[in-house]
Design a protein around this ligand. Structure first.
Ligand code: SAM
Length: 481
């Protein structure tokens, strides 16, 4: 799953507050989606109990873990390059152990050990609780692999350590796996079937974050709208649940309302939504509670009905428009973002034009756009030839990226002259005299620091903008402060 961490975060070694462990140093690097970054916090928590402290220095590490992404070939190549770098360091420090976690581990399994001789440990996304045993195996000189996918592992009982946190915003996982079987996507194979986390353990994690002063949480899953807790078990087995379980089940709208009511001053976000699973009661909950942010990441992948069908996206272009219309009717100042794939097998110029016209209709606030990358084992790879030439994919990608830029600018321009609430997250990358934060719409805003501090909710008068950033002046604390 994605969505997608700030590109600059990719590969960052995440660190936690130093503790006095047993002197063993762990370096953990994460690539890919938000869920991988969130999983790395679970891994760090499991290994902190084993006495590991985190480090950002490869040279200093006893154990290096790389949390990997398989979504596109390029993501896998990035990881292979990092492994080359580890190999060079391992020559100087042969005692250093290297483990591959996440989706590439799941996809390649033990093959990884043959392909990359420096790897000692291969651990899939549902097997992190086994890490202490696996590390013991490795320390005794054996390679170790656990890539078993689980029916019920949600790590609900593990309290993640917050790695490199700003103390303001945090991710909270609510579902794992995905049942959607989009034909291009490797996620169902690498992260298994969909299951939801017990709402009580979600609430405990959110309560704990609130107590620690966090101001914003993002509920995380491959497909959050499909969240369904009925006492445990896979989503696909819900049909076999007892009448009692069915009557007392918690769906995503109910979970959202629960969190929003328990913490009225906390901002609540969620990601990712799949159009086919997003229901009116979720939109109504967003409209009702001011602390649920007015922002939806709603990947569509293509504007062509024929391609949507080939992708096994279970909605049409017209149904997507109806959903967008409903969202905008109930939440007029909502921001919507997209994921788009260009050059899916058999995509014609006409299909591509459909994508551009769908974008014109929605005028997304921003988007993440990709050239199709064939993934081994997926239905598309098995049934369809990757027949759109690379240069055509690239040209179409350039066209949708530049149209998106126009729309993003159009959207940010609508804020100029308005005063908006911003939650301050960090110093602006470009100036140490400015804060950077986000509006409820998830748009980045920068403004002079004055006496405000990280974690404050402030009203910012927007004076200027680029296609990605609002530029303004803080005019006071907001009522949420
Ligand atoms: N679960 C979300 C959904 O159903 O839309 C997002 C899943 S995915 C990990 C994030 C994005 O990567 C997708 O929305 C899609 O745009 C892109 N993606 C997935 N598989 C891809 C592929 N084989 N080639 C190119 N892009 C891909």
């Amino acid at each position: 799953m994605e969505k997608i961490i700030d590109e600059k975060q990719q590969g960052n070694a995440l660190v936690m507050e130093p503790k006095t462990g047993n002197g063993k140093k762990l370096m953990i690097e994460s690539y890919g989606c938000q869920m991988n970054f969130s999983d790395s916090e679970i891994v760090a928590s499991i290994l902190a109990k084993e006495g590991f402290d985190t480090t950002q220095s490869l040279e200093e590490a006893d154990l290096v873990l790389i949390n990997t992404c398989s979504i596109r070939d390029k993501a896998e190549q990035t990881v292979r390059k990092r492994l080359e770098k580890y190999n060079a360091v391992k020559k100087i420090n042969p005692g250093m152990k290297v483990g591959v976690l996440g989706c590439m581990a799941e996809r390649l399994k033990a093959k990884f050990l043959e392909e990359e001789k420096i790897v000692d440990l291969v651990v899939g996304p549902d097997a992190y609780k086994d890490l202490p045993n696996l590390i013991n195996e490795v320390e005794e000189g054996r390679n170790a692999v656990n890539v078993i996918l689980s029916k019920d592992e949600t790590y609900g009982d593990i309290s993640p350590v917050r790695l490199q946190s700003n103390g303001v915003s945090a991710f909270v996982s609510i579902t794992r796996g995905c049942d959607n079987m989009c034909t291009f996507c490797v996620v169902p194979f690498t992260r298994g079937r969909e299951r939801s986390r017990d709402p009580q353990s979600i609430m405990e994690e959110v309560n704990d974050l609130a107590k620690k002063g966090f101001k914003e949480i993002t509920l995380l899953g491959q497909n959050v709208d499909s969240y369904l807790w009925y006492g445990g078990g896979l989503k696909k087995d819900f049909k076999n649940a007892s009448e009692m379980q069915k009557a007392t089940a918690t769906n995503f709208a109910a979970l959202l309302r629960m969190v929003a009511e328990a913490h009225p001053k906390m901002r609540i976000r969620f990601s990712t939504s799949n159009p086919q699973d997003m229901t009116l009661d979720v939109i109504e909950a967003m409209a009702k509670y001011r602390n649920i942010c007015n922002y939806i990441h709603l990947p569509v992948q293509s504007g062509s009905n024929r391609i949507l069908k080939e992708m096994n996206r279970l909605h049409t272009r017209e149904e997507y428009f109806t959903l967008i219309d409903n969202i905008k009717r109930l939440i007029p100042d909502v921001a919507i973002s997209q994921d788009m794939i260009t050059g899916f097998p058999t995509e014609t110029e006409e299909d591509h034009q459909d994508t551009l016209s769908l974008m014109e209709y929605v005028k997304y606030d921003y988007g993440f756009m990709f050239a199709y990358s064939e993934r081994p084992g997926t239905m598309a790879a098995r049934k369809l030839e990757d027949d759109v030439p690379e240069e055509v994919k690239k040209r179409r990608l350039t066209e949708i990226v530049s149209l998106q830029r126009e729309h993003s600018l159009y959207r940010t321009q609508q804020f100029v002259g308005k005063t908006v609430e911003v939650l301050i997250e960090k110093e602006s990358k470009k100036s140490d005299a400015h804060w950077s934060g986000r509006t409820t719409q998830n748009t980045v805003a920068v403004f002079p620091k004055k006496n405000y501090k990280v974690g404050d909710f402030v009203n910012v008068k927007i004076e200027d903008c680029t296609s990605a950033t609002l530029i303004g002046e803080a005019v006071g604390y907001s009522e949420n402060n």
